[in-house]
Design a protein around this ligand. Structure first.
Ligand SMILES: [Zn+2]
Length: 707
């Protein structure tokens, strides 16, 4: 217990008084003449009472003694030059002791018994202030947009309140149409990383264009009536008669995509280069493994060091009882069979444990096998088991096991770097099957219409277009053949027990968390160091061939000034910053106001083009910086392209929610919707990419950006 606590506690204040009575071992000195009380009412503290009193002390030494002895020093007022003043919480006894030492009590500031009354009074005052503040909560529309899609009008708003810390504020929006029809709906508070952002609702169906909207809060705040803006307010130039489109007939596997790229390269020789990107992928391959024993009781996992297709699939492992007493643990590996002869004791009973067997295999064949104890089997006697066949677990028998060469199409009449470059790339995430359909439809529209459509010719004569339809072919093969929700690549960086084949669907690196800017390794949110996490960031920045390929293409072509990273699903249109640090939600640097405006203006054009296909409208609340409209994605590709290479780098999440008129609900479409939906996505988002090329051409024509 410290002196300070004793001092503060009134009941034990007498204990401290002892210290005050005998400072520094000296006897109590008579007060010097200079410290005689000034004229005025004497300060009195009733017996047993504690009070806050202002004192004038005879000298600095006394103050130091008080502080050292733990006196409850409330303040050291310096209102009178040359005097040593101090406000202390003292009992009546302490007051007497201090006075005896020469301190002069000059003001009774407050007694303890006055405290509770003041607490009550202060609470009432605070309540009154809060009530006053509540009444003055200020609301502001951040967004207020309307649009019509397939005959249905929608209203989308975001409203911010100044009462940011109050989680209970309710905000209601009221709309009115030209014929006087009104309606209202509530907004929900939206927080990100613990910080209030705004109140928002999903786009709401309305009978017609709303002419005014207002918002009211439960604290009494209200907005003025404002007129919602038409969203996106941009319409692309119409395609001419005979414009060719729809080159997509089915979902496409990596093999299909490879064949399509090859065909386009052959068919449009004068307009296309097929570029082999520098890093071959690992390939559709995995090490081969087997449980030796029963995972439910006692087992080890034997894993091959090489891939299964490198003659390790089918290798057998087994344990045998030597059938004799006092035998040591022994292994032989012959004719693709690993035989482990277990150790026995003097009675002939098997005594080798799972741990011993795993370690023995590891030590004996470090270039061939990697063995570890199955979770829950540690220390158990190794059972007689097998033969078990090692297997890589891959079901795609038609898929090549070779490392894959990822390809890009370079499309344009002038492909020498003198024209502004646009890069579109898709399927970083394996399961996003609709995304290569978008980029391939986009590529082929440009190529097929060059000869007949003047606008397409203008685009290809002036823009240098790079398309990587499939960044992650190995993961895609796995998604088509083994596990359709595979997001990551096929490289397994797990070690030890995380290599248990039961985790096979969780291995791999999230390519879009493996880039260098705002990465997990830099402390940003949205990546993981766990090799089985869906957002595993890899062993280091750009540790993976796939992410390296995207950056290599961008670095090799300095004329690339625009990029679109095509993902699914959800219907988002985003740009940097794409990541923040959790503490304080500090994002990567924001684009300038001018550049932000350019991002938004261009986005509206592109959203208008997407809409022209089947009326799909990407929501204004889903249009903006990644970190604001979706989540923090540490180490994503767009951030590296933007911050490191100065490329205006966007992201699509194709596959917008669909309005169900029957249920009056928005419905998500998923990663692999029924093909008709994926097909529709390919058509509308290809139109969006064509508009991106137009945006680039126009910017070059304006002279605002040089290739
Ligand atoms: Zn994705």
């Amino acid at each position: 217990m410290s002196n300070r606590r004793i001092w503060v506690a009134g009941a034990t204040a007498a204990v401290l008084t002892v210290g005050l009575l005998a400072p520094s071992g000296s006897s109590i000195a008579a007060p010097p003449d200079t410290a005689k009380p000034a004229a005025g009412p004497a300060v009195k503290v009733a017996a047993g009472e504690t009070a806050l009193v202002r004192f004038r002390l005879p000298d600095e030494a006394m103050l130091r003694d008080l502080v050292a002895s733990g006196a409850d020093v409330a303040a050291r007022p310096r209102t009178t030059l040359g005097q040593v003043q101090v406000d202390l919480v003292v009992t009546d006894q302490e007051l007497a002791a201090l006075t005896a030492r020469g301190a002069v009590a000059t003001q009774l500031i407050q007694t303890a018994s006055e405290g509770s009354a003041r607490v009550m009074a202060s609470k009432e005052a605070a309540g009154a202030r809060a009530a006053l503040a509540a009444n003055t909560d200020t609301l502001q529309f951040l967004q207020s947009y309307w649009w019509t899609s397939e005959g249905q009008s929608f209203l989308a708003v975001q409203v911010a309140t100044t009462a940011t810390a109050d989680p209970d504020v309710e905000i209601t929006v009221t709309w009115k149409t030209a014929d006087g029809t009104t309606g209202s709906f509530p907004l929900s508070r939206f927080e990100d990383s613990g910080e209030y952002q705004y109140h928002v609702a999903l786009p709401q169906p309305v009978p017609a264009q709303p002419v005014t909207v207002t918002a009211n809060s439960s604290l009494g705040g209200t907005t003025r009536a404002i007129r919602p803006t038409a969203w996106p307010g941009a319409v692309p130039p119409p395609n001419p008669a005979g414009y060719q489109k729809d080159f997509i007939a089915a979902y496409m596997t990596p093999t299909d995509i490879q064949a399509r790229v090859k065909r386009l390269g052959r068919q449009y020789k004068s307009l296309v280069d097929v570029i082999d990107l520098p890093n071959k992928t690992q390939g559709y391959r995995r090490t081969a493994s087997a449980y030796l024993g029963d995972p439910a009781t006692a087992a080890i996992v034997v894993d091959s060091v090489k891939f299964g297709d490198q003659k390790m699939n089918g290798v057998q492992v087994k344990t045998v009882d030597p059938g004799k007493k006092n035998k040591p643990l022994k292994t032989t590996y012959k004719d693709r069979v690993l035989t482990v002869s277990l150790a026995t004791d003097s009675t002939g009973a098997v005594i080798s444990t799972t741990d011993q067997v795993a370690a023995f295999i590891d030590a004996g064949y470090p270039q061939v096998f990697n063995a570890f104890v199955e979770d829950g089997s540690a220390g158990k006697v190794m059972p007689i088991a097998g033969p078990a066949r090692l297997d890589d677990g891959l079901d795609g028998t038609e898929v090549s096991k070779k490392p894959w060469t990822v390809q890009a199409l370079r499309i344009g009449k002038v492909r020498d770097g003198s024209k502004i470059g646009v890069m579109a790339y898709s399927q970083e995430h394996a399961r996003e099957w609709a995304t290569p359909l978008v980029t391939l439809e986009f590529a082929e529209r440009l190529l097929a219409n060059y000869a007949t459509d003047a606008e397409t010719r203008s685009l290809l004569d002036n823009v240098d277009i790079f398309v990587i339809p499939m960044v992650n072919p190995d993961g895609a093969n796995y998604a088509f053949n083994d596990y359709n929700f595979q997001r990551k690549n096929l490289v397994n960086h797990c070690t030890g027990a995380q290599r248990d084949p039961r985790f096979a669907n969780s291995w791999g690196v999230d390519i879009n968390r493996n880039y260098t800017v705002g990465s997990y390794f830099d402390g940003y949110v949205g990546g993981s160091a766990n090799c089985t996490s869906g957002t595993y960031s890899g062993t280091s920045e750009l540790s993976e061939a796939e992410s390296g390929n995207v950056i290599a293409l961008a670095r090799a072509h300095a004329n690339i000034k625009f990029a679109m990273n095509v993902h699914s699903y959800g219907g988002y249109f985003m740009w940097p910053p794409g990541a923040y640090k959790a503490d304080g939600r500090i994002t990567l640097p924001r684009p300038s106001i001018e550049e932000s405006a350019y991002f938004m203006d261009s986005a509206k054009r592109i959203i208008g083009a997407i809409r022209s296909s089947r009326g799909t409208v990407t929501w204004p609340s889903y249009t903006g910086p990644v970190a604001d409209v979706l989540y923090s994605a540490a180490g994503n590709s767009a951030d590296q392209l933007y911050y490191e290479l100065g490329i205006l780098a966007w992201d699509f999440e194709v596959g917008n929610d669909l309005w169900n008129a029957e249920t009056q609900e928005w419905e998500g479409v998923g990663f692999q919707p029924p093909y008709d939906e994926a097909h529709a996505e390919s058509q509308e988002y290809a139109s969006g990419l064509v508009e991106l090329v137009r945006v680039a051409r126009d910017m070059q024509a304006d002279g605002a950006i040089q290739p």
